[in-house]
Design a protein around this ligand. Structure first.
Ligand code: PBG
Length: 331
């Protein structure tokens, strides 16, 4: 029996959950299409728009598809793309990464031609361009830090020359942010920001991406340069170093298993913080939704909200387009 005398002795939290409008009024976290960066994969050829098997709804696109893509992003209010390239051929030193007529450099020019207002961010790494699939130069069976940094800086410069608005090193070599900053400044690109993949973990959640980008290491793994999942204090050190080296935006990657890292980074640093909702996180939602085990749109919005609630200012996500559509429809 309810004792009527105790009514009022507890808070009625449910009052503010009573309708969609009430819930919207008191929502502490609000997603917007302007939070999103949309990653995409550019390939050689003509008329290519080929769905990526490991990432349903994502496509390999040839350069001629870029105007259509740019138009769609503008219409959806998504402010930025993050470009990855699959070169026609690979070599030991990943020379396709820093070729002035490389696939990403061409794609940057095509996007800027199609829509100068769309921000073009380039992933700066060697792994899609090296025959061995590592993110740097191999010497005696190891990825050599300092020689890799030279090529990474060269890659960033070639992207800036092509017109990239932001360069985003994802290799996890030490000292690469300082080297990129110095190279860009020396060449007159003092205004080009660096978004550093600062706390990038050696994660199983990159699996679908490595199929899409054909960038799986041919021997060994990336644990010698990407971070070890148990560590959070080390992530803060990495972020601090990147800020001191000149990073303008710092990033935590992946997002979902690292929401605590995002929250800590937000508490400790004032630089804009990005989080990368990676390929494996995307593929799991798509697979479970296709099997009818979860409600895909609801799960997606819950995930993106959690990343923002944890403290990310910028969310890099393959869900960007569909989420922008759902937001526009009032979801
Ligand atoms: C390149 C790079 C990777 C991703 C972004 N940049 C792959 C990797 O480090 O193996 C992963 C993105 C994703 O899984 O969505 N170094």
């Amino acid at each position: 029996m309810l004792d009527l005398d105790t009514r009022g002795d507890f808070a009625r939290h449910r009052r503010l959950r009573s309708s969609p409008a009430m819930r919207r009024l008191v929502a502490e976290t609000r997603l917007s299409a302007s939070d999103f960066v949309y990653p995409l994969f550019v390939v050689p050829g003509q008329g290519v728009r080929a769905e990526i098997a490991s990432m349903p709804g994502q496509y390999h696109l040839s350069l001629d598809q870029i105007p259509r893509e740019a138009g769609e992003l503008r219409q959806l209010g998504i402010p930025a793309v993050l470009l990855f390239g699959l070169p026609a051929s690979k070599d030991e030193d990943g020379s396709g990464a820093y070729a002035d007529d490389g696939i990403v450099q061409d794609a940057v020019r095509a996007f800027k031609d199609a829509d100068p207002d769309l921000l073009v961010i380039t992933d700066v790494c060697l792994c899609e361009y090296t025959s061995h699939g590592h993110c740097g130069v191999i010497i005696d069976g190891e990825v050599d830090n300092d020689r890799s940094v030279d090529l990474i800086a060269r890659t960033a410069l070639s992207h800036a020359r092509a017109g990239a608005d932001i360069v985003a090193p994802s290799d996890m070599m030490d000292g690469r942010v300082a080297a990129i900053r110095e190279t860009l400044d020396d060449e007159g690109y003092v205004q080009t920001p660096i978004m550093a993949y600062s706390a990038k973990y050696a994660s199983a959640f990159y699996g679908p991406f490595r199929v899409a980008a054909d960038s799986a290491p041919q021997f060994g793994d990336r644990r010698g340069y990407q971070m070890d999942p148990p560590n959070v204090r080390e992530a803060l050190l990495e972020i601090e170093d990147d800020i001191n080296e000149g990073a303008d935006i710092v990033m935590v990657k992946p997002a979902l298993s690292y929401l605590d890292v995002i929250a800590k980074a937000r508490q400790e640093f004032d630089a804009p913080l990005a989080a990368y909702n990676v390929s494996g996180e995307y593929a799991m939602v798509k697979a479970a939704a296709a099997a009818g085990w979860i409600d895909g749109p609801r799960a997606t919005m819950e995930i993106l909200t959690s990343i923002k609630r944890a403290g990310a200012d910028v969310i890099i996500t393959y869900h960007a387009k569909e989420a922008a559509r759902w937001l526009a429809a009032g979801g």
